[in-house]
Design a protein around this ligand. Structure first.
Ligand code: KIV
Length: 284
């Protein structure tokens, strides 16, 4: 297999120009990031969805900058060529530009991510511009923005009427203009996602936004059914059921320990039998 060159923002832009679909999967720790890179994914997103799927919160709101740095460090230790983007969590880019820069710097310098992702439209364009001017690549995120879930009032498809659609296109253009290298479109009608994708020079990465986006992103735990059973989501396709495999494997271990069939002689370390005889008076 040919050795893959590290993925860069220029490569990501070229993939849109060449109409090569961009693959994005979330990962939050060393083993998941290692496996995702081995599978040939272009971009790993250390999403603040880790609040839901790793930390057990019911939204991404409680996730902190420390959580994001900690998980990003584990992910970046595992990868060599995959482009790593980390979410700026709730309210870490809505204060002063200085504070926004300091938070993004932690993700880049301590976490070693290659880029950050920020949710929102024209209202965050000045923050996006400040980061991109400072050399920090930014991925935007429009449509259903989970950090605003309490304001939106639930996981609803966005951009269903003309006013919403016009606003989302204007927001996408504002984020592009501010220097973003890509934009996630989450839970957006296929027609609107296609329209925005066509109007932008930077790639769109869809999740529940149809097949015409320049790339697709899914959450690791959704792709693999890893963790507690969750409400089926129409936009998710499950490619493996490792939750079931993990549960069965651990249940088998429990059974064997209980019935003393694990460990066997093959899993242990035996003393010289003559010495054992001398010391303990019996052969083991
Ligand atoms: O946090 C996340 O995983 C995300 C994706 C769902 C796009 O933002």
């Amino acid at each position: 297999m040919a050795v893959r060159r590290p993925i860069t923002t220029s490569k990501i832009l070229k993939m849109k120009q060449d109409r090569e679909p961009i693959t994005v999967v979330t990962a939050y720790d060393y083993p998941s990031a290692y496996l995702v890179e081995q599978a040939g994914v272009d971009i790993i997103l250390v999403g603040d969805s880790l609040g839901n799927v790793v930390l057990g919160y019911d939204s991404t709101v409680p996730v902190t900058i420390d959580d994001m740095v900690y998980h990003t460090r584990a992910v970046t230790r595992a990868v060599t060529t995959t482009f790593v983007v980390t979410d700026m969590p709730f309210l870490t880019y809505h204060g002063s530009i200085d504070e926004t820069l300091r938070n993004a710097a932690r993700i880049m310098q301590e976490g070693l991510a290659k880029a950050v992702k920020m949710e929102g439209g024209a209202e965050i364009a000045p923050a996006v511009q400040a980061l991109t001017s400072a050399g920090i690549p930014v991925m935007g995120h429009l449509g259903l923005t989970p950090q605003s879930i309490h304001q939106i009032g639930g996981f609803k498809v966005q951009g269903k009427n003309s006013a919403q659609a016009q606003k989302m296109l204007a927001d996408a253009k504002a984020i592009e203009q501010a220097g973003a290298f890509a934009i996630v479109l989450e839970l957006v009608t296929e027609e609107l996602a296609a329209w925005i994708t066509d109007q932008l020079t930077i790639p769109t990465i869809g999740i529940g936004a149809g097949p015409t986006c320049d790339g697709q992103v899914l959450v690791y735990h959704d792709v693999l059914q890893y963790g507690p059973p969750s409400q089926p989501k129409r936009f998710v396709k499950t490619y493996a059921n490792i939750g079931e495999i993990v549960k069965n494997g651990i249940a088998e271990y429990v059974k064997e320990v209980k019935e003393r069939s694990f460990p066997t002689e093959a899993h242990g370390f035996q003393m010289d039998q003559e010495l054992a005889q001398k010391l303990y008076g019996s052969e083991n």
